[in-house]
Design a protein around this ligand. Structure first.
Ligand SMILES: [Zn+2]
Length: 174
């Protein structure tokens, strides 16, 4: 049973641990027509690729979690998002998929592949991908220091802000 207390910012009750904020696919794939998607995409819940017209226009994506500390809560709040990665990074992640040695892998580079509505400008932000083990999704850390999302990850967000993230996505996926 979730312990609910009225938010000091808006007075509503927020129960963050009952809801998970997840982008089901990279924005680039969600934007395709059904026919294009079927013809050009290889996709599952963890990895996606869009086939381009030539080898150097293929695009690769990996799903992970963007951890956000929520001020005054013991557990991080995680946003489920996608990162676009190079072929080399994609191949490396695929190679390590079932391996415990993921934990020894240095962070890999990527760019955020979703626009978070309450944080405009997140699509395309540079980030680092930390593999966390064969049964868990990678963690993403934003590395563009000027972005609000970088500040969110460094300093944490209030419970109210985390709830706003959720609402924005819930509306979007309707
Ligand atoms: Zn609130």
């Amino acid at each position: 049973m979730t312990d609910l207390t009225a938010c000091s910012d808006c007075g509503e009750l927020h129960a963050l641990d009952e809801l998970e904020l997840v982008f089901k696919r990279p924005d680039a794939i969600a934007a395709l027509s059904a026919a294009e998607r079927q013809a050009r995409c290889r996709e599952n819940e963890d990895l996606c690729a869009i086939w381009g017209d030539s080898d150097d226009t293929h695009r690769y994506f990996v799903r992970g979690l963007l951890p956000l500390k929520v001020i005054a809560r013991p557990l991080d709040y995680c946003v489920g998002v996608w990162m676009e990665v190079s072929r080399a990074v994609f191949d490396r992640i695929y190679e390590l998929w079932d391996s415990e040695s993921q934990l020894d892998e240095p962070p890999l580079e990527g760019r955020l592949a979703n626009e978070i509505p309450t944080r405009p400008g997140t699509l395309g932000l540079h980030g680092q991908i930390q593999l966390t083990g064969p049964t868990t999704r990678p963690d993403f850390m934003v590395s563009d220091t000027a972005s609000p999302l970088f500040a969110d990850q460094q300093h944490g967000v209030t419970e109210h802000q985390a709830a706003e993230f959720l609402k924005s996505i819930a509306r979007r996926s309707d």
